[in-house]
Design a binder for this molecule. Structure first.
Ligand SMILES: *[C@@H]1O[C@H](CO)[C@@H](O)[C@H](O)[C@H]1NC(C)=O
Ligand SMILES: *[C@@H]1O[C@H](CO)[C@@H](O)[C@H](O)[C@H]1NC(C)=O
Ligand SMILES: *[C@@H]1O[C@H](CO)[C@@H](O)[C@H](O)[C@H]1NC(C)=O
Ligand SMILES: *[C@@H]1O[C@H](CO)[C@@H](O)[C@H](O)[C@H]1NC(C)=O
Ligand SMILES: *[C@@H]1O[C@H](CO)[C@@H](O)[C@H](O)[C@H]1NC(C)=O
Length: 294
């Protein structure tokens, strides 16, 4: 572990940090039809006052896209979409306008040290998540997921997840993820993040998922002089499930800060073919599931 101060993570994650002119791979959302819309409004002008009530109203084994339209406001609730409720589109009114905020945190109980993914959900880190989605085919747009446990207060730092994404085929457009330690648990499945904002201080993106982040910002909020940690690499062994590695590459950047002469030595220079392999949507989407979502 790089950190002696914090209890860092036991996750390996599969994540490529992309910069600059890779925007050409961005994806246009909106192909599938939404069959039904329910409105959540704190002021009582919608169908429900809380997001969880709206989720609970969706039948198990749902097969048609249902939009949960969440009006502006800070929703102080812990929200969970179980695996039995696929095809939900969670639509907010803007990253800065619709916010789901809770302040759960881990009790720092020991995680399993044997690398067994099946054992991880037992760990309290996962239970700390403000928002959890375990269903397949989930889309979120224009909404912020926040865990405020270690934001603007003096509580001892603990793992406090803002969002846990554990279902296959999930896409996030213009979403915010705010936390301090362990903000975004990109847990399992294939995920797509477009124009998102992810902030934290310690290991703030982690998990076993296979994901692409396009045009997204990763914002380290740690106060100096210590460094911030995007993640903690903890591959159990070469063959373990989720074992993968991280590549940091930079391509065709321009403007202030684009001068690479003093970059760290381990930054990769990928040729266009290698780059295409990592950033192509086929990396997560060979069968075209993204195009079949709303
Ligand atoms: C790993 O540890 C967890 C918790 O201690 C246990 O439940 C699980 O069976 C273990 N898995 C293996 C493969 O040993
Ligand atoms: C790698 O770790 C997994 C558990 O995650 C274990 O089943 C496997 O035997 C390990 N392989 C080696 C070569 O140590
Ligand atoms: C890590 O990624 C590089 C490509 O960047 C690849 O050549 C290498 O085989 C990978 N290593 C492992 C252990 O997956
Ligand atoms: C890049 O930075 C180096 C070292 O600061 C400097 O010598 C070089 O002129 C810069 N290159 C460009 C194109 O600005
Ligand atoms: C970098 O930009 C040049 C000119 O726009 C382009 O020809 C080249 O393919 C780009 N390289 C990559 C790796 O995208």
């Amino acid at each position: 572990m790089t950190s002696g101060v914090f209890f860092c993570l036991f996750f390996v994650f599969f994540f490529f940090f992309l910069t600059c002119d890779l925007l050409h791979i961005s994806f246009t959302e909106g192909a599938a039809t939404v069959e039904k819309t329910v409105v959540v409004d704190q002021g009582g002008l919608g169908n429900f006052k809380t997001i969880q009530e709206a989720i609970n109203s969706i039948p198990d084994q749902n097969t048609q896209w249902i939009e949960i339209n969440v009006k502006s406001g800070v929703y102080r609730e812990k929200v969970s979409i179980p695996a039995s409720k696929p095809y939900i589109l969670l639509q907010g009114n803007g990253m800065g306008s619709t916010v789901i905020d809770w302040n759960g945190h881990s009790d720092n109980s020991s995680p399993p040290s044997n690398g067994s993914i099946a054992a991880f959900p037992l760990a309290s880190t996962f239970d700390s998540a403000t928002f959890t989605v375990l269903a397949e085919n989930f889309v979120a747009r224009d909404i912020t997921f926040k865990n405020s446990y270690n934001i603007n207060n003096d509580a001892a730092v603990a793992q406090a997840v803002a969002a846990l994404v554990g279902g296959d085929k999930s896409a996030f457009y213009r979403c915010g993820f705010q936390g301090y330690q362990d903000t975004l648990c990109d847990f399992l499945g294939r995920h797509y993040f477009s124009s998102c904002w992810i902030e934290g201080a310690v290991d703030f993106i982690f998990g076993f998922a296979q994901s692409i982040y396009v045009s997204s910002s990763l914002w380290s909020t740690i106060q100096g002089p210590q460094p911030g940690w995007l993640t903690a690499h903890a591959k159990v062994n070469d063959t373990s499930e989720g074992g993968s590695n991280m590549t940091f590459a930079e391509s065709n950047c321009t403007g202030l800060g684009a001068n690479r002469s003093q970059r760290v030595k381990w930054e990769k220079a990928l040729d266009p073919k290698q780059l295409e392999y990592f950033v192509s949507n086929t990396f997560i989407d060979k069968e075209g599931w993204l195009a079949q979502q709303p």
